[in-house]
Write a protein that binds this ligand. Structure first.
Ligand SMILES: C[S@@+](CC[C@H](N)C(=O)[O-])C[C@H]1O[C@@H](n2cnc3c(N)ncnc32)[C@H](O)[C@@H]1O
Length: 465
């Protein structure tokens, strides 16, 4: 049966949903997610999609901004689709994300105040941009007749694999990274250069630019991704320019070239050459990290410090720290001083190698294994006690086998770090069925201006009061 269309409507935005999308109400009382809105504003909107029972709408006009509205800082706000919360002050963003996460987890006896790093902008230590031959324009710029075809560098517009939002600077990264982005644009987007890849016909050369920064050290790495449809000398010339580019308060220490001829538009491929260094140094909570461009590391160094501090508070101290889904070992290494030893499990072998090297560089007694948590979990009981466990699984949460084994695992405390709080909400009853009780819940905002928020939950085996 065909469903009734929803005519364009006006609504108050009263809450924030997952991924930083505002929630409103249709005139006939149905909940609707309105893209590009924040709580407190009144907007005109039109529905463009239904998924199951959820209506998705886009804002067509702002009738009234939120009472505490602030001007967005980014020149391509609303087009790039990346930082949807810029119209709210940082404290309000954190309040709404906190409420959303606490609700997704199902509350807790003690809910702590929202936390996060000190900066609303300029905090990201990593960014990835795409080169393109077609750009995505606002309706006004289309009407002004600005050209779509050309040579561009920026972020993919939401749902548009073939167009990039041309971006001269990103407000989420530092002035150092923006200096490198400006240098790449000035060099690569010139008519005498080989063209960017046209993803529709798979012709062209420049594909992606990935940048990573050690926020504490000021060191930067660039990775340039291309096809094989251009001369290697073009990348060598770019590397020479970038290594000589003045970077305020920092230094670009290396440029790597990755070649990828595949049809999929991922920033992958083999490393063909490196000019300068292949890794950079970062510092977090007094520990040193040597990072390869592809190694997992929390994307906000200052936010990660707050997150790891919160995990330490939740864990307490003493015995063995078991760090599951440990990445490059950051949680265990940062908190190691409170424990006799650290054990980490992680599926990506390169991350485990990094973790071992990081432990050695920081003189920490730690052992890291390249295993799948759900396959190794049966051996948890063999780790000498007393032990404290932290799990930091990917967005999807715990594997059911891991959740079942952790539910009955012996430990002083179990701390669950969730980058997708709804996954913690789903896993919580599985853990509680084994006798764990959630006592404390924190939220940490690692990514201001976006809908992401981390939840940290502390489970103990004390009987309920
Ligand atoms: C959210 S990250 C946590 C990283 C780390 N705790 C940190 O703060 O840097 C999740 C990690 O889990 C790893 N992972 C994913 N599935 C896994 C599995 N089945 N077993 C072990 N590790 C896994 C990923 O490679 C990733 O490094």
């Amino acid at each position: 049966m065909a469903r009734r269309p929803v005519p364009p409507f006006e609504t108050e935005i009263h809450a924030l949903a997952d991924r930083g999308v505002g929630v409103g109400t249709t005139p006939d009382g149905r909940e609707v997610r309105v893209r590009g809105t924040v709580p407190g504003m009144r907007v005109a909107a039109e529905v463009f999609k239904r998924s199951g029972r959820t209506l998705h709408a886009r804002r067509t006009a702002t009738i009234r901004p939120a009472p505490d509205a602030v001007p967005p800082r980014c020149a391509v706000f609303g087009l790039c689709g990346g930082c949807t919360l810029q119209e709210l002050p940082l404290a309000a963003q954190r309040g709404h994300k906190h409420a959303l996460a606490v609700d997704a987890v199902g509350g807790a006896p003690t809910v702590h105040a929202p936390r996060g790093g000190p900066h609303a902008y300029g905090y990201r230590n990593k960014v990835e941009l795409s080169f393109g031959v077609r750009r995505y324009l606002s309706e006004e710029d289309h009407a002004r007749g600005l050209p779509v075809e050309g040579r561009w560098l920026g972020f993919h517009a939401p749902g548009r694999f073939d167009r990039v939002v041309d971006t001269t600077r990103c407000e989420l990264v530092s002035e150092r990274m923006n200096a490198v982005i400006a240098a790449v644009r000035a060099h690569v987007l010139q008519p005498h250069q080989p063209p960017p890849l046209d993803v529709k016909c798979h012709e062209g050369f420049w594909r992606h630019l990935a940048l990573r920064e050690g926020m504490a050290t000021g060191e930067l790495l660039a990775v340039v991704h291309t096809t094989s449809q251009g001369p290697p000398e073009a990348v060598a010339a770019l590397a020479e320019v970038l290594l000589a580019t003045p970077v305020p308060g920092g230094r670009l220490v290396g440029v790597s070239w990755r070649l990828h001829d595949g049809v999929s538009d991922i920033a992958g491929g083999e490393v063909e050459a490196t000019w300068g260094r292949a890794t950079l140094r970062e510092e977090l909570a007094g520990r040193h990290f040597e990072l390869a461009p592809q190694a997992f590391f929390q994307t906000s160094t200052e936010g990660a410090e707050v997150l790891y501090g919160t995990v330490g508070e939740a864990l307490g101290r003493g015995g063995t720290l078991v760090d599951l889904y440990c990445g490059v070992g950051a949680i265990g290494l940062v908190l190691a001083d409170g424990f006799d030893r650290v054990i980490g499990w992680e599926v990506v072998p390169e991350a485990v190698e990094n973790a071992r090297a990081n432990a050695a560089a920081n003189d920490v007694d730690a052992s890291f294994e390249a295993v799948k948590v759900e396959e190794a979990i049966g051996t948890l009981g063999a780790i000498p006690g007393p032990r404290r466990i932290v799990v930091d699984p990917p967005r999807a949460g715990l594997h059911p086998i891991a959740a079942k084994a952790l539910a009955t695992a012996e430990a002083e405390v179990l701390v669950y770090v969730a980058c997708h709080p709804a996954s913690l909400g789903r896993d919580r009853p599985l853990l509680e069925a084994g006798g764990w009780r959630l006592t404390d819940l924190w939220t940490v905002d690692l990514f201001p201006q976006t809908g992401h928020v981390e939840a940290v939950a502390r489970f103990v085996r004390e009987p309920a009061p």
